[in-house]
Design a protein around this ligand. Structure first.
Ligand SMILES: O=C(O)C(=O)C[C@]1(C(=O)O)C=C[C@@H](O)C=C1
Length: 234
């Protein structure tokens, strides 16, 4: 197929990522790092090509992949029916549910969804992703504001500029571990049923999809997925 041919001929795999979601993909110190970065770099190595990163955002992710700005998108992307109707997604990893990142001093204040969905509870949301969808559907009574630099939201919560960040298991655990002022609430009993993350592919080249699925399977069979998970998701 044409996409696969172009990748193999130019030896470049264009990887789109918002790069703002720890520990999956974060842009810092001029480069990208995280679980998904390690995995996609290993996949490119298996193909014998180099990775070229293409910045995107959560609000633009779907239209950018459909506009052929990149060959694969990574960075903590939830697999769901809405998306898989429009593009393709590789097998799921990192099972998670929606949880809440709150201040440690508010641990007892937020025990149920109803505790979050109250006037006076200041929720800060990142635009464009599934966190926003969850907030708009479930926290209608709360005081919701939007901050478009996702990686800054945990510090805003820690500093008391908001009370709640709705996010997913691993991100909440990451920031709670990194900052004692923060607590990952609802981790034992998430606010949504379990789901998984997955890499997104355009669906215009079936040969490309087959090869990427094969390479994903190799990563799994060789223990490279486990290695990345042990390094970043523990
Ligand atoms: O839309 C998705 O797939 C996401 O999982 C992305 C999303 C979000 O929902 O905003 C998830 C957690 C991070 O805090 C940032 C981005």
């Amino acid at each position: 197929g044409p996409r696969l041919d172009r990748i193999m001929d130019t030896k470049v795999l264009r990887v789109g990522t918002p790069g703002d979601y720890r520990p999956f993909a974060i842009k810092a110190d001029g480069g990208y790092a995280g679980h998904d970065i390690d995995v996609v770099e290993a996949m490119a190595k298996e193909l014998g090509v180099k990775v070229e990163y293409v910045p995107t955002t959560w609000p633009n992710l779907m239209k950018d992949i459909q506009a052929d700005r990149f060959d694969v998108a990574v960075g903590g992307i939830t697999r769901n029916v809405t998306r898989i109707r429009q593009i393709e997604m590789l097998p799921g990893y990192a099972p998670f549910g929606k949880v809440a990142l709150v201040r440690t001093t508010d641990k007892d204040r937020f025990r149920t969804l109803a505790d979050l969905n109250r006037p006076g509870v200041r929720v800060i949301k990142n635009p464009g992703g599934t966190n926003e969808t969850f907030v708009l559907e479930n926290l209608k009574a709360a005081e919701v504001s939007t901050h478009d630099k996702n990686a800054e939201i945990p510090a805003l919560i820690a500093e008391g500029k908001g009370d709640v960040m709705i996010t997913e298991t691993y991100e909440a655990l990451y920031y709670a571990k990194a900052d004692p002022r923060l607590h990952a609430a609802f981790v034992a009993a998430p606010l949504t049923p379990q789901n998984t993350l997955g890499f997104m592919l355009p669906k215009d080249d079936a040969d490309y999809s087959r090869v990427m699925e094969f390479v994903w399977g190799l990563m799994e069979a060789r223990g490279q997925l486990k290695q990345a998970a042990d390094k970043w998701l523990k």
